[in-house]
Design a protein around this ligand. Structure first.
Ligand code: SF4
Length: 54
């Protein structure tokens, strides 16, 4: 999941030190992000929406 898209997601709470706070599924989780070496864009690792294939 691209970080810019994650910021627009209704589950997004905030971005803090490149950790996304996400309330997907009713509980608050902290997701690590990683910078793509090629594009320089940040990606959210282990986004539950992404993992479900949506
Ligand atoms: S990690 Fe995934 S589910 Fe959570 S706010 Fe970001 S895009 Fe939405």
């Amino acid at each position: 999941m691209n970080l810019e898209d994650c910021k627009k997601c209704r589950h997004h709470i905030e971005l803090r030190s490149y950790q996304v706070l996400c309330n997907y599924g009713g509980s608050l989780s902290s997701m690590a992000t990683m910078q793509d070496e090629k594009t320089g864009e940040y990606r959210v690792l282990a986004c539950p929406l992404y993992l479900k294939g949506k």
